[in-house]
Design a protein. Structure first.
Length: 397
């Protein structure tokens, strides 16, 4: 067994160890449910297209279909959520294999976070759902109007330094999960984010927090010149989840608390699966960035149609790949190492391939917490995005 195969074996055993059983509420859902607006019911994936324990892409056609739409969606985020745009347009939201989004993989999604997540408590993460949303909306257009989020992303606040509009907690980490709604195909559609706040407790459980919002109140005057008239006004109120969460939970006949737990768990599991890959692929178009992962053994296949670059001998430079430990003909032992091009042009995109932990820090290791839009010692989210992109995508040969 090679070193990489040994590491993969250990990872799969760990995944099987912490994977919780399927949630009991699946059996309580009435059947059939007419095309829910979120993948709660598992759908069998196409055989051989992806590994259920991995967020890595297997076929290059699957990613090329998504990239153009991703850049269309994230570009529109500039006005509707400028802080999130400033960070994720530079670092890149994660694109996931279609099968992994379609399947929902219930064994991986419980009501809490994984042991890895509760230990690390990363600062942020983002997953692109646009391709899944577009396909699902097209399937139900003939029956009813349907809207799916294009992105899910989360951010963590420093303990005791969260926004005043979020219920304070004495223990646990405060996160805000955002569902980003958009439909670029529809002219005049205004994109909008919907947020919910949760606390991740020490045991990994997720608790929905109250947020300060406003409620509409109507009163009827009983005395004076306005007697009999009605006055409507808004007043501050604390509530758990917004209207979108309550409506979404009601459609699935579960409580808002449980819906929030499942949404947060799914977003964090997908981010974790992608970050478990050995390599990270950053794809750039102008000033925008996307990110995804590919099995390192398949990089020659995945990027075989990259632009031609030759070495000093006139031969085409090889793509970034792993060299396994081996013994040369002369008897010398060669340790495992990486070789090949990491910066190249592929289908019109600038691509940078990196090994987290070797070429740059693991993004999951950033766990200091934010303070109202600031992260990492006072940097704003756009400034942090620019700094991280510079460190990840330094011009390399």
């Amino acid at each position: 067994m090679t070193l990489i195969e040994h590491v993969q074996s250990i990872y799969h055993r760990v995944v099987l160890w912490w994977r919780p059983p399927p949630p009991p509420f699946i059996e309580r859902l009435p059947q059939p449910i007419e095309r829910p607006p979120f993948p709660l019911a598992p759908i069998a994936p196409a055989a051989g297209q992806y590994d259920v324990d991995s967020g890595e892409f297997y076929f290059r056609e699957a990613i090329l279909d998504q990239l153009d739409y991703y850049f269309t969606c994230i570009k529109r985020m500039r006005r509707s959520d400028p802080d999130a745009f400033g960070l994720y347009s530079r670092v890149g939201a994660l694109l996931m294999p279609r099968g992994l989004l379609d399947d929902s993989d219930y064994p991986l999604i419980g009501l809490g976070v994984s042991p890895w997540f509760r230990t690390v408590l990363p600062d942020f993460g983002a997953v692109f759902y646009g391709d899944k949303a577009r396909r699902s909306e097209a399937e139900v257009t003939a029956k009813k109007h349907s809207l799916w989020p294009r992105f899910f992303y989360f951010r963590k606040y420093k303990h005791g330094r969260g926004p005043v509009a979020i219920e304070p907690v004495t223990d646990g980490a405060v996160y805000v999960l955002t569902a980003y709604w958009d439909r670029p195909e529809e002219k005049g559609f205004k994109a909008a984010p919907s947020e919910l706040a949760v606390a991740v407790e020490r045991d990994g459980s997720v608790r929905l927090l109250r947020t300060l919002t406003s409620e509409t109140v109507t009163i009827r005057h009983k005395r004076g010149i306005d007697r009999g008239r009605r006055t409507t006004f808004a007043r501050p109120a604390w509530a758990k989840g917004g209207a979108f969460l309550r409506g979404w939970a009601g459609e699935h006949r579960i409580e808002a608390e449980e819906m929030a737990q499942r949404l947060f768990a799914q977003a964090t599991v997908l981010v974790e699966l992608a970050q478990n890959s050995m390599i990270r692929v950053s794809v750039n178009r102008a000033d925008l960035t996307a990110a995804f992962t590919v099995n390192i053994k398949r990089t020659p296949y995945f990027f075989k149609d990259r632009e031609l670059v030759v070495n000093e001998n006139g031969r085409r430079k090889r793509i970034f790949h792993i060299v396994r430990p081996h013994v040369r003909a002369d008897g010398r032992a060669v340790k495992m190492h990486f070789r090949g091009m990491r910066d190249f042009v592929w289908n019109g995109y600038r691509v940078v391939v990196t090994v987290p932990g070797l070429h740059h820090a693991e993004l999951s290791e950033l766990n200091r917490g934010m303070i109202d839009g600031q992260v990492h010692e006072g940097y704003t989210m756009p400034q942090s995005g620019e700094l991280l992109r510079d460190r990840i995508q330094r011009r390399v040969a």
